[in-house]
Design a protein around this ligand. Structure first.
Ligand code: SAJ
Length: 402
């Protein structure tokens, strides 16, 4: 069978599953997507999308119109199964693998000899073998010889998903050598970057390592921002000067670290290695404490006014996306409301509505506010100039207003 004749079942049509499914559809594979939400399934079958990501609408429309992509609520038989479901953590920062378990149980009756099952969801070390392969084994599949099981962590950056899905190098690790080889051949059929073979545990750890590296680096920047604030030094100037050193590359401070990846994945290392993962844990704590520091700044500023009006610019977890998962901006605005720190005006140009806040055009928010709280470096907010805000108190958590 030629590789493009293969049929693919993608379980989970979110930020990773949908771009992957539609990309494979436009490459010529027959793709069937599965999602638990009937609205998501309907939307995709109409060739439309339920998330904001540049160019994804065009890709999904073209894949659906060509007949290569369709969606449903239950899996179907296929040659390749890709699991792309969320792996959040529970209240105690322990990983919640219930979606991976449920997805594997769902596909188990449809898996046949010769099939490849890939876990793309970011997972703690041991999940591919200890959860996915185990459940398939328990369902009667011969995963040691006849069904191939591998981990290939997604590594795409929200906002650049479609480019990075094709261009990024991929790490592929099977539960045995034959699984690795079959999975490597599959990814080589549509990835332009290198496809690097390893074992499933190393592949799992590689993904967690990449995001922990970034988290630790951002925590360093956030810690510097607290120190510089006390010392009366502009942290963004400081970092750009320090970064001129050829071996220094500090990331940017902000209101905290959000998203479903960097704020989550390091805990998967900490949960399995509580004694050893000291730096990784402290970095998480530093980044998680930043929203409270921002709130304290707003309260101090608000005390200067009888009836303070606080203009909050941005709710998303980072620039130019609509994604609110683990968003420090949302957490800050939510707490300001809860603690009644003045009248709040909120702008989020990437959303049309929000269940908790009335969204206003950002120009109106700026004009009507005493305190301008810039939380996300969206492209619209980059036009703001300090000279235009001189009547107001500006709290710029991203360092973009000059
Ligand atoms: N942030 C800062 N300062 C920075 C960079 C980021 O405060 O200098 C904040 C952002 O505002 C945001 C959070 O960190 O709140 C995370 O944003 P991000 O752009 O660093 O990362 P994500 O979560 O969008 O995507 C990351 C990427 N991982 C790495 O860059 C190592 C992406 O490649 C992964 O595929 C993705 O996690 C994932 O799915 O795991």
């Amino acid at each position: 069978m030629k590789i493009l004749d293969k049929t693919i079942c993608v379980v989970g049509l979110g930020y990773i599953g949908l771009p992957t499914a539609s990309l494979l559809g436009t490459k010529g594979f027959k793709v069937y997507g599965v999602d638990a939400s009937p609205q998501v399934v309907d939307t995709i079958n109409q060739g439309r999308i339920h998330i904001v990501e540049p160019d994804l609408d065009i890709l999904v429309k073209s894949a659906v119109q060509s007949g290569n992509l369709s969606a449903g609520l239950e899996p179907k038989q296929a040659d390749v199964f890709i699991i792309a479901v969320p792996t959040p953590f529970k209240g105690n920062h322990e990983p919640d693998l219930s979606y991976v378990e449920a997805a594997t149980r769902n596909i188990a009756p449809f898996v046949k000899s010769g099939n490849l099952v890939i876990l793309e969801s970011t997972s703690p070390v041991g999940t591919t073998d200890g959860v996915v392969a185990r459940i398939l084994r328990e369902a009667g599949h011969d995963v040691d010889r006849k069904v191939y099981v591998a981990h290939c962590p997604e590594r795409v950056l929200p906002g650049r998903i479609l480019v990075e899905l094709v261009e990024n190098d991929r790490i592929v690790g099977g539960i045995n050598d034959s699984s690795t080889q079959v999975a490597v051949d599959f990814y080589k059929s549509f990835v332009r970057g290198e496809v690097l073979a390893t074992d499933s545990r190393t592949a799992e750890m590689a993904k967690l390592t990449e995001n922990s590296f970034r988290d630790v680096n951002i925590a360093f920047a956030n810690e510097l921002s607290l120190i510089c604030d006390k010392e009366g030094i502009n942290v963004w100037n400081l970092i750009s000067l320090a970064n001129l050193h050829p071996r220094v590359k500090i990331l940017q401070p902000g209101p905290g670290v959000g998203g479903h990846c960097i704020a989550v994945d390091p805990w998967f290392i900490v949960a399995r290695n509580p004694e050893l993962a000291r730096l990784i844990r402290v970095a998480r704590e530093v980044n998680d404490s930043k929203p409270e520091w921002v709130i304290a700044k707003v309260k101090t500023a608000a005390n200067k006014f009888k009836k303070p009006v606080v203009g909050c610019l941005g709710l998303a977890f980072k620039a130019d996306v609509d994604d609110l998962r683990e968003s420090p901006a949302l957490e800050i605005v939510h707490k300001l409301k809860h603690e009644r720190v003045g009248e709040l005006l909120v702008a989020e140009p990437n959303l049309t509505k929000h269940p908790e806040f009335e969204l206003l055009p950002y120009e109106e928010v700026v004009t009507r506010s005493d305190i301008v709280l810039l939380l996300v470096d969206h492209k619209q907010f980059r036009k703001l100039k300090a000279v235009d805000l001189k009547e107001k108190i500006l709290i710029d958590t991203r360092g973009i207003v000059v």
